[in-house]
Design a protein around this ligand. Structure first.
Ligand SMILES: NC(=O)c1ccc[n+]([C@@H]2O[C@H](COP(=O)([O-])OP(=O)(O)OC[C@H]3O[C@@H](n4cnc5c(N)ncnc54)[C@H](O)[C@@H]3O)[C@@H](O)[C@H]2O)c1
Ligand SMILES: O=C(O)C[C@H](O)C(=O)O
Length: 327
């Protein structure tokens, strides 16, 4: 039996938490032979703590063979103690008519506190995924608040956007979604993100040529993926949860177990490539293996793409300036 991996999940009694924890405990994220210890954080209010107790009872009632232990707490220093993976989900979601950046100042405090706690007590090579919105800037805040941890291990979730884009492309081109390779979603998890199918292939054939409809790309595909979160909120009355949890599992699974050569999108601190200033957490294409991600380099950036990539960058720079006083 392998040593258990410690996984922290914040906002564990929320919508995404409820769709996430059971799948982690069943081995869908880290493998069917990998025991896990779940360390769950919720707000220090009675209702949230009671709901967390309920979730823990249900986890117990599943009798998951891989669930080697559980901690439920309202203290980040307890939740993050020695964790190998931290999934920072707990934050306020937006409602109808709001943009994700409207949550910036309200949620920023959470990520300074949690970054500091990770810095103090987490495993020195903890892998951090930020899901709570605005995810890129929250990941930036957590990273800056944890100076003793490797900055490159702070990531933001762009995988839901990547998966959304894959499904839109598959249905437009009439191809199986699992056969699409080399898709990219650049930038911020916000409507300015740039889903870029210029390099995408199916069975080695260019998807862009197969679709052959640039108007669709500009007027339907790009805005649809960018506004999909709002479309879900409008339809469901609350923000995406099962698809968000699924994307979080995809992100961490690929990071830990490898993407098998497939390009996936991760929001990672920029190394300065593609004209993105160093440190900005920006969605880029990567492959993953042996617990590490590697950027896809030297892709050609045409004028249309440059404009899109700069627009989403400008928004991230504006968000960064908006939280500078907290860091
Ligand atoms: N990046 C993405 O693709 C993506 C996708 C979907 C949702 N989200 C975001 O994820 C976040 C959570 O969404 P949800 O639907 O689960 O919301 P939710 O309101 O159902 O659950 C959030 C939970 O977090 C808890 N919480 C709040 N502050 C906390 C703190 N400081 N420490 C610990 N727990 C805390 C709340 O008590 C609540 O139980 C939101 O910010 C949402 O916008 C991001
Ligand atoms: O759109 C939201 O506010 C929730 C989430 O970020 C999403 O993309 O579904």
């Amino acid at each position: 039996m392998k040593q258990p991996v410690r996984v922290a999940v914040t906002g564990a009694a929320g919508q995404i938490g409820y769709a996430l924890l059971f799948r982690i405990a069943s081995g869908e994220m880290l493998g069917k032979d990998q025991p896990v210890i779940l360390q769950m954080l919720e707000l220090p209010i009675d209702k949230a703590q009671a709901a967390l107790q309920g979730v823990m009872m249900e986890l117990e009632d599943c009798a998951f063979p891989l669930l080697a232990g559980m901690v439920g707490t309202d203290d980040p220093l307890v939740a993050f103690k020695d964790v190998d993976i931290a999934m920072l989900v707990g934050a306020k979601p937006r409602g109808p008519g709001m943009e994700r950046k409207d949550l910036l100042l309200e949620n920023a405090k959470i990520f300074t506190e949690q970054g500091k706690a990770l810095n103090k007590v987490a495993s020195r090579d903890v892998k951090v995924l930020v899901v709570g919105n605005p995810a890129n800037t929250n990941a930036y805040i957590a990273m800056k608040s944890a100076p003793d941890l490797p900055a490159g291990n702070f990531t933001a979730m762009l995988r839901l956007d990547h998966n959304r884009a894959l499904s839109q492309l598959a249905s437009k081109a009439g191809v199986p979604v699992g056969e699409i390779e080399k898709l990219v979603v650049w930038g911020n998890h916000s409507p300015t993100m740039y889903p870029d199918y210029r390099f995408a292939t199916v069975g080695g054939e260019s998807l862009r040529h197969k679709i052959g409809d640039e108007d669709w790309n500009r007027d339907a595909f790009i805005p649809r993926v960018g506004k999909r979160g709002a479309e879900i909120i409008e339809a469901r009355g609350s923000s995406s949860a099962a698809s968000a949890a699924n994307a979080a599992i995809d992100h961490v699974r690929d990071w830990v177990l490898g993407s098998g050569g497939k390009w996936v999108t991760m929001g990672v601190p920029s190394d300065g490539s593609y004209g993105i200033p160093e440190g900005i957490i920006y969605g880029v294409p990567v492959t993953t293996s042996d617990g590490a991600y590697e950027r896809i380099r030297d892709l050609e950036i045409d004028a249309f793409s440059r404009e899109r990539m700069d627009k989403t960058l400008a928004e991230l720079e504006e968000e960064r300036a908006g939280v500078a006083h907290l860091l």
